[in-house]
Design a protein around this ligand. Structure first.
Ligand code: OOG
Ligand code: NI
Length: 466
């Protein structure tokens, strides 16, 4: 077996993402409806906005849009998390970022497994928001121990999946046949199971402690709880969802609608109540229901620098202090107005965002710039002269406040519960068995590399690139 017989991790990720999407479409038909709506809106946007189409084409990003999606899972133990890390590594997905959701009343902390680096993201940007349940935040000690006991006994990966992960690690890759089996085996972990592994009584007690605890502990595996396509116009999709028989949550999370989209805007449809059955002490099955799976869409904008992110956080806080969005939608327009008002302080022009150091961009030589042997001017002058162009770098990560809003809306809005804020990245990384990549460092690296490329070709004054 030589290296050249191996399938690339990027191609395994693409195959896995497609397989997951097909499985979820079968399991949750509303996801298929949403996908079709998003595809239609994206086509319309591209037809109406040639400038956006051109920007996406120039940056090789047009193809990825229709393929793009993220999913989310919730795990129960450190062992599950660290094995999941090894599974995702085979597909070229690595942990980026740490999200503490305890502050928002959700007893988990999370990371996003995703491809790292511009080229890999362009091939297929599939990501999975992965949360680990924090049993340490459950107050009831008896329940905590019972839950830990159930979790310690379950096996969420098939033997075949584990064997292939080990093989991939040993060999440094998988050949085509193994890669196909790997996708098939790993997919099983994310399937929905309608037979719970706990009794109706225990489910009830877990559910009373927190809905999310019941979701994680009661089943054989971490069913994928949503898959989110990327849209180029989230307001359009939100508006047209009811026409397709889908009821969206009251507000779009994240920044307001803008000419220059920043970070991430998300909305979802409510989780479905699905039939499940619980095992009684006597071994018989009792029917009940469980609510976990939902649909979500998102629109991605530019990745912000720490300075830009601080401004975003401040403005979002300001808006939410003025008007806290009600789950029933009764003050949606008031909230939207407060949000738009607050965000007037955030420049809405790519060049202003760039010059203020608020966002990350890639730089490249234009056709004219490439024709020049040497560019004897600084970067800003080269941009003004049309020799260098800049394009926003897409935000590939998540937002804790938005994630909390999505969690809440799907857990039932009455379920808001206080936990002591206790971010613990060190503990998370210990459980993960690795450190998470800092997203800002990553984006800064992509920007830097693009500048260096320009510099090598154009040789313009280096000082400008600082
Ligand atoms: C994850 C919610 C977070 C997002 O897009 O912010 C998320 C979950 O409900 O498990 O997926
Ligand atoms: Ni999501």
């Amino acid at each position: 077996m030589t290296q050249s017989d191996f399938i690339t991790s990027d191609s395994i990720r693409s195959d896995f993402s497609a397989a997951m999407s097909a499985m979820y479409r079968d399991e949750v038909p509303a996801y298929g409806t949403l996908m079709r709506l998003v595809a239609r809106v994206n086509e319309e946007v591209l037809a109406a906005d040639p400038e956006m189409r051109e920007r996406l084409a120039v940056t090789d990003s047009l193809e990825r849009i229709s393929e793009e999606r993220h999913g989310a899972i919730r795990l129960g133990t450190a062992q599950e998390l660290s094995t999941m890390r090894r599974v995702f590594a085979v597909m070229g997905m690595h942990p980026v970022g740490y999200y503490d959701l305890s502050t928002a009343g959700v007893p988990v902390h999370s990371t996003a497994f995703r491809p790292v680096g511009d080229a890999r993201l362009k091939i297929n940007p599939f990501r999975v928001f992965t949360s680990l349940l924090r049993l340490d935040l459950i107050k009831d000690e008896v329940l905590r121990n019972e839950a830990a006991d159930v979790l310690s006994k379950r096996k969420i990966f098939t033997d075949g999946a584990l064997a292939l992960v080990e093989k991939a690690e040993r060999q440094g890759g998988l050949d085509r046949q193994d890669a196909e089996r790997f996708v098939e085996e790993v997919l099983q972990t994310f399937r929905w199971h309608d037979k719970a592994i706990v009794s109706a009584d225990m489910y009830e007690r877990l559910h009373n402690a927190h809905r999310l605890i019941a979701d994680v502990v009661s089943f054989k595996g971490p069913h994928i709880n949503h898959l989110t396509p990327r849209t180029l116009d989230i307001d359009q999709v939100q508006e047209r969802m009811p026409g397709e028989g889908i009821a969206p949550k009251a507000i779009v999370e994240g920044p307001p609608a803008r000419r220059c989209p920043i970070l991430l805007r998300q909305t979802s449809f409510k989780a479905l109540e699905e039939a499940v059955s619980f095992r009684d002490a006597g071994g018989s099955w009792r029917s009940g229901s469980h609510t976990a799976r939902f649909g979500e869409i998102e629109q991605r904008g530019i990745a912000l620098t720490p300075k830009g992110r601080a401004l975003y956080d401040r403005l979002l806080n300001e808006a939410r202090q003025r008007c806290r969005p009600a789950a029933d939608g009764s003050n949606t327009s008031e909230y939207e107005a407060a949000l738009a008002e607050a965000f007037r302080a955030f420049p809405d022009d790519w060049n202003a965002i760039r010059r203020h150091g608020l966002g990350y961009f890639t730089y490249s030589l234009t056709a004219e710039g490439q024709r020049r042997k040497r560019i004897d001017m600084d970067l800003e002058a080269a941009i003004d002269a049309g020799l260098v162009r800049f394009d926003p770098i897409v935000y590939e990560d998540f937002l804790p406040v938005s994630a909390a809003g999505i969690f809440q809306s799907n857990l039932g809005d009455d379920a808001t519960q206080e936990f002591v804020a206790s971010p613990n990245q060190k503990m998370f990384e210990r459980e993960l068995g690795a450190t998470v990549l800092d997203e800002f460092t990553h984006y800064a690296g992509i920007m830097r590399a693009s500048l260096d490329r320009c510099l090598r070709h154009g040789g313009f004054a280096a000082a400008a690139a600082e």
